[in-house]
Design a protein around this ligand. Sequence first.
Ligand SMILES: [Zn+2]
Length: 440
Amino acid sequence: MITVRVREKFEMQVITSKLSTKFSDVVNPYGGHGTINGDQTDFEIGQRSDGSIVLCCDRRLNWSDNCLVAGVTCDRQKIHAQGFVKTVMGAYSDYAFKREHRDYFYRSVYEFGLSVGESDWSRVHTLVFDITNLVFLGNSNSSGGFWPFGDTLKVELEGIELTFKKLPDYEMVVDRLNDEGGTATTCQLEIEIGSHNEHDVTRVVRNACSLLSLARGIQINWITCRHFDDAGNNFFTLHRSTVTSSFQDFEVIESTHLDATERFLIDTYPTFSAQNTQYKYSQFAHVLVDIQSAGFLETRCLALYTAVETLSRKVNNRKSINGKRVTLKKRLYDFMVHHQVPVFVCSNGKCLDKSAKCMENCDIGFYVKCRNKLVHQSEFYSGNPKNEYKRNINLFHKMLLRALNYNYKYINWHDGWNMKGQSSEDLSKGPFMLSNPQTF
Ligand SMILES: [Zn+2]
């Protein structure tokens, strides 16, 4: 008797969830009825672990259609979805009908929003976000144990307490990400909102995701946000298919350092939050993620050089001083001195003078040579492109971290970044002045 029941239940699940059958990573798809672009239909909609939204219906939609789904779920909750879709496949599904019946599966491209339930900020007690690709060492333990390497990272930003909790299958998911790359949810972020308004909480979460992306060198985002009331009812859920990037172990702030992540967030947050509108630090986080991803080294270096130069204008954005054109070297020199970036530069900026050339290990001189060769002649400066990339990316890391007022441990990619734990150095000393620049 029991066996039969189990089988019935199993078969029900298979029949009712075409999406879970097609995409094994879709959990709890929403079945619903309503309209898709104005036409009445039944549909199923859900989210995959990489954030993308998938849709199954018997309507044929064009590739670049802006798709608008409006209706109710089987348990009478409002459902709304909108964005661009891409056809995955059309499948024959039911031969019982005389006419040919097809189910079409679609996957979102770019941003696609899906909301279930009704939003009401006055009812919100707790927000729970699903966060992708974040790897971290906790600073506390949800079970309250004494073991310092906890499963929870707590940090307070703008008076709002953020609690990142590893998911139960965290170790397995991180193993898989390390092995295969890709995107997956690794943890949840919980916030008891107290008296904070929606605008402030949203900003803090957005800023924290940008800073964490910068720290880990990969895109870290929330893809799901659940609203709970004080009785613990989930009355509204927002899914978004934010563009994510594949997981890679290219950290700038070490995930296995006990307090580096927490300290990084606390130290950089005030500057990031106050200056992001003016200096677009969130864009620099995107550039950093991109130039550390797979792709042609030339393209990544060009993006890197653009970012370094845009960032250098933060300190000196003048075209000329006393009728003299402000050179790239001068801009970089002023930046290093202003933000105390630990780099090697020729003493008193002697190399800024046309009559002097840079010493062998002047970081600014090396950067400018690499940059000019690639920008003007589409060639790497030296016979070792990887070294150019690593040395200049290290320069960018240091500039960005110091601009954000960070003064503690980071990973130096140039001096053996893959020797995890041994390449960690701090940013509290610099710049180093090189004496006696060579002259022509
Ligand atoms: Zn120099």
